[in-house]
Write a new protein. Sequence first.
Length: 253
Amino acid sequence: MPSSSLALVVLDLAGTTIEDHDVVARCLVEAVRAVDVAVDREAANAVMGLPKPVAIAQILAKHDGLPIVPLGSERVLRATSVFERSILRHYGSPGAVVPISGVEETLDELREHGAKIAIDTGFSAVVADAILDRLGWIAEGLVDTRVASDEVRRGRPAPDLLFEAMRRAGVTDVATVAKVGDTPADLGEGANARCRWNVGVTYGTHARHALASHPHTALIDDVRDLPVALGLEGVRPRARPAGPRGRRPANRL
């Protein structure tokens, strides 16, 4: 399939397009501590990318030696509430929302090749909007749409987030869609959706060796390598629309 058929790139948020620095894992550890469960960051990292209530339920189930902890249980609900407060407090602090170096230029380049850009995330809509509002990516036209885990029936690794992003972007053929993320759950989402491109990034929460055994079409160490991983090298981009979009410089928050 020619690379010019690329219509939509769906990217994860924390660890893929914004810096993470173990923030999400630390907030998960804090959340389950509120229900008297002590785990380390490795346990939290194992559920990264999942909808946060699901991630918390899996941590509690493993700690309790149970096959499952219901999402509607009081412990899951209480820990999820603690997580949301913690992560919102973090992303509301000065300097907390920092784009991955080179990501805005890369998204610009993808758009010049005719692709729409979507963000999908294991965060709730409240958290996703708190981050994206600070970035200004949707208001300023860098990102076309975003989908949060509490807006679909199933989160990662199910393909629901990606299919909803396609619907919102007006893209109907999954063979023209790329999924990009930093967790096994992201790669599972892309594989289950049967995307043409399923790209793992190794600079986020999971290193190359942790992603290598999961379905992927490419693993990249720098977001600026994404256009090449999507086969855009040597493909003439579309002409840039007249007039600047007026986005502020990266690392501005």
